[in-house]
Ligand binder design. Sequence first.
Ligand code: DON
Length: 304
Amino acid sequence: MSERLQDALLSIEGEAREAEDWGRVATYIPELARVPLKQFGIAVATAEGELFSAGEADTGFSIQSVSKVFALALALGRAGDQLWTRVGREPSGSAFNSIVQLEYERGIPRNPFINAGAIVTTDEILAGRQPKVALAELLGFVRAAVGDDSIFINDAVAASERAHGHRNFALANFLYACGNLKNPPDLTLGTYFHQCAIEMSVKQLALAGRFLVAAPGMPRLVSRARMRRICAIMMTCGHYDASGDFAFHVGLPGKSGVGGGILAIVPGQASVAVWSPGLNANGNSKLGTEAMERLARAMDWTVF
Ligand code: DON
């Protein structure tokens, strides 16, 4: 498989470089708007313990919403199934930062991957702890998953989002008003913004995803049953309103972030990370999504 996989990655990278439309970098977090558009990296960590990559595979980027996968794993470890009394697990059919649905549904977010749901998940991790301790636990989880203690939080990105995160403040305040935040909105959001500002390269992100691959030799950070559930939610909700499209074209559980990263899991076989900072209209990496489709097809990777 290794030669075929490396060839596929190189040819996918080559095609990406030829793109006429690289999408648009996110601008609502000013620090992300400064990232040069024309960058592309892809990496695959296999169940056999190998790591393959192509393109800008060592360049760090802001993982943003991909962090919600690690936060969910940690919150489920903390609260177990009780978490589902505070957040649902149905696709939302709305944008990641939608406000309107939260009021209709009385402060219970549809799923842990839209912003409202992720704020609740982070709130669960924070409950009973100082923000620094909660963040250290989350970073510890990610570092253990990657096997690399150099993973860090980019404070400038977190501060940039805090200064402009008015929609998230609206969501957190509404959640608090509904009794669905255990901590003051400001504290939960401070933690959430830092969580989103974790920085990784695609090589590191592919390694981080191995805890969901379910194969011998992979880091065992959650139970098999929990892996299945996290992957199910990635499949149905990981790309927001474009989750159906991602399932249709790629056929793998995946999670995107506005930094342009995407993590996808091939159960039993591999963890895949791609990054290109230009986004499509749904706020997911444009070339990253296209690359995932090409790779899944080239390797015949699918859960179906
Ligand atoms: O809360 C936000 O808006 C960002 N910190 C994360 C959003 C995100 O990554 C959406 N994903 N495509």
